[in-house]
Design a protein around this ligand. Structure first.
Ligand code: PEP
Length: 250
């Protein structure tokens, strides 16, 4: 099984056009991967979630119908005076199947390793999944500290009964820049991540994120150990996203 995650962030997406463009591409594609070969997850904002979930439920297209909806973030708190935050209990009650946690854009805004761990713990308590993101900045890459930095992020998260359900390696310098990481860089991070997961006996697919597009998806997916991708900008258009998905072979 391979995985493709769309992260729409706080962008406006015309849901009707996205659906039409996605389905048209799927229908015109000769060998679009089947739902048992490729799991597609869409992380929209919570306001679009209700409309999307109705569209998915009522769709006659088998691929669109099998899209799974996740949130982009979750609170580390259970309930109470936390203005603007959304609990894992709420996500579950409205039918979301999981959430991204540890995205670099949230880490930059104050989510440290401990908060990311607590968010993972809250999702676990509700029995819904996490997509745990890690990744180094350019400064860390250039000072040759990538390995120890990623190991610290992994160690801080994988403790007690918390572990990643899906892990996305997203070098910060490649996110939204149009400049994906080179295969060697991805491969070295992925092999270190897999070694860590194996030692901890954690069985978890490893994804790459950072300027993924229909142009580079084949090269990225050919890196050993990569089970899929997390896509930001190129997921905002249904046709482009379907084009990326069509190139992923199980
Ligand atoms: C992301 O949002 O995590 C991401 C990888 O974005 P982009 O594909 O735009 O780099």
């Amino acid at each position: 099984m391979k995985y493709l995650i769309a992260n729409w962030k706080m962008n406006s997406v015309d849901l009707d056009s996205w659906e039409n463009n996605f389905i048209n591409y799927v229908n015109s594609s000769k060998s679009f991967p089947k739902p048992h070969e490729l799991k597609i997850v869409l992380c929209s904002n919570l306001y679009d979630f209700y409309v999307l979930s109705e569209k998915i439920k009522n769709s006659k297209n088998d691929i669109f119908k099998n899209i799974t909806l996740y949130a982009q973030d979750v609170s580390q708190h259970e309930e109470g005076a936390f203005t603007g935050q959304v609990s894992s209990k709420f996500l579950k009650s409205v039918g979301l199947k999981g959430s991204i946690i540890g995205h670099s854009e949230l880490r930059e805004n104050g989510d440290d390793d401990e908060i990311v761990f607590e968010k993972g713990a809250k999702l676990k308590e509700e029995g819904i999944s996490n997509i745990f993101c890690i990744g180094e900045s350019l400064k860390i890459l250039e000072s040759n500290k990538k390995k120890s930095f990623l190991l610290n992020q992994l160690t801080a998260f994988c403790k007690k009964n918390v572990f990643p359900d899906l892990l996305a390696y997203e070098p910060i310098w490649a996110i939204g820049t149009g400049k994906e990481a080179d295969p060697e860089n991805i491969a070295s991070a992925v092999s270190m991540i897999i070694e860590f997961l194996e030692k901890k006996k954690i069985n978890c697919p490893v994804l790459y994120g950072g300027s993924v597009s229909s142009r580079n998806i084949l090269e990225i997916m050919s890196v050993s150990g990569i089970d899929g991708c997390l896509v930001g900008n190129s997921s905002l258009d249904g046709e482009q996203f379907a084009n990326i998905a069509s190139k992923i072979k199980s």
